[in-house]
Design a protein around this ligand. Structure first.
Ligand SMILES: [Mn+2]
Length: 324
């Protein structure tokens, strides 16, 4: 164990040690990393500090409910006052599910998104991790906490999903080493992959519609789905933006891609890149995320098209630089 690593996690471990009640939050509309880190950290604390009361809160786990069959806890308002609230996988306050963390006695945050300002009293932020689950796995290992199979399965799930099955470029030797040690606890990776990646014919057909809707401007790929089209397809803006942006990954000549989808409040924008960081553009339009995967919500189509102009310019000058 290195001294620097110890220092990085010491305050977080102390906060956990010193708190009797711990309530774990993560971002709303949770993905595999949000639920994985929430469930994984709960199992980690339970296994190592069995006397503590550990609760999880937030909106439904959705398709990741298999990691938490009993669902989120019903946390009473008065539980927060003396509690430690731990916020996971979230870089913006607006995204935290269950705002009662503000009423907590103490707050701690673990996150791997690009830093956008302090949220909790204590923070462990490291954007070199592919997932918040990877960060929690490293925390557990560095602090010599024991990791049981339930904890390992949840953390492994988040590492797999946030790294695109260990493919995105933030996957490194440390990712695979941590994941390997999680597997050693007896995680059934095959059944997990089956749960995560088995698709329905209906969804395959829906995906095909989005593949056909891909447009190109320079080295930027984009899909724009208006509300009428969403209704025709029987889907929602979140699915169209977040769920379909991936159909443009791995396209020859496309370095930046974005899926826009209209909903009642504006236009959801999901930005991806295999080249330049798209994060500054997401931030410019009020969003955030990672260097190569960010999101934002803009007010209307014309603002979305202004963002597309910015992305085209960014991707164009990046490609020019690559040629030199
Ligand atoms: Mn994440």
């Amino acid at each position: 164990m290195q001294m620097t690593e110890n220092l990085k996690y010491r305050a977080a471990l102390d906060a956990i040690r010193e708190s009797e009640t711990i309530i774990i939050h993560r971002h709303s509309r949770p993905d595999g990393d949000a639920i994985g880190s929430q469930v994984g950290l709960r199992a980690l604390i339970r296994a190592n500090f069995p006397k503590k009361k550990v609760l999880i809160t937030g909106d439904s786990a959705g398709r990741y409910s298999f990691l938490v069959p009993e669902g989120m806890d019903n946390v009473a308002d008065d539980a927060f006052a003396g509690a430690l609230c731990i916020i996971l996988d979230t870089s913006s306050q607006a995204m935290i599910s269950d705002g009662r963390w503000r009423t907590a006695g103490r707050t701690l945050r673990f996150d791997h998104h690009l830093y956008c300002g302090q949220i909790a009293g204590q923070e462990v932020i490291d954007s070199t991790f592919e997932s918040c689950c990877g960060l929690i796995a490293d925390f557990a290992e560095t602090c010599a906490l024991s990791v049981d199979r339930e904890c390992a399965q949840a953390l492994f799930c988040g590492m797999v999903t946030d790294s695109g099955r260990f493919r995105y470029e933030n996957t490194n030797a440390r990712t695979l080493a941590l994941a390997g040690r999680l597997l050693e606890t007896g995680v059934d990776a095959q059944s997990l992959y089956h749960r995560l990646y088995t698709d329905s014919i209906e969804h395959l057909r829906l995906k095909a519609e989005f593949c056909l809707a891909v447009q190109r401007r320079g080295n930027v790929g984009f899909i724009y789905t208006d509300r009428r089209r969403l209704a025709e397809l029987g889907t929602d803006a979140y699915t169209a933006a977040r769920g379909m942006v991936g159909v443009m990954g791995d396209l020859k000549g496309i370095d930046v891609w974005v899926s826009f989808a209209e909903d009642e409040d504006g236009v959801l924008c999901e930005l991806r890149s295999s080249g330049p960081s798209v994060n500054p553009i997401a931030v410019k339009y009020g969003g955030g995320g990672h260097a190569k995967a960010s999101g934002a919500m803009v007010k209307d189509r014309s603002e979305a098209m202004a963002m597309l102009d910015d992305l085209t310019e960014l991707a164009g000058s990046w490609a020019e630089g690559e040629k030199e």
